[in-house]
Ligand binder design. Sequence first.
Ligand code: CMP
Length: 138
Amino acid sequence: MIMSNTEQTLSIIKPDAVERNLDKEIKEIFKNKGFSIVNEKKIKIEKSEAERFYKVHETKPFYNDLCAYLSSGPIVVMILEKENAVLGNRELMGATNPNDAEEGTIRKKYGISIDKNSVHGSDSVENAKIEIDFFFKD
Ligand code: CMP
């Protein structure tokens, strides 16, 4: 029996990439890798919303800067869908720090620093559901 495991994951194109007008190019990369973009919107969020979104990191030393950064300019939030989308997106993004990211990954190609690393992606199926609801549940 062939089992299919279609998943959805949340992707964010961060302010550094939107500011450099890379959103269209990054969306093409996802599509070329077989992801469907089932919903997307370009928004600017308040710092308080970024704080809620990144609440798992609230004890980290970089939390304040991270939230200030995500709310500093427009972002593109997307629901990506594909077989094993969560892991596939993480592989396509590459390591959190662009310096450690492998050739061919989005962060290697576009990331500027660990903060300005161009994209965010859900780290588990469970968090993907929470993050998708965060931006797309009305
Ligand atoms: P992201 O995948 O959006 O999840 C949290 C973000 O925190 C991460 O990408 C980085 O941009 C940022 N960040 C800043 N410093 C660190 C750090 N030392 N370790 C992990 N993430 C960091």
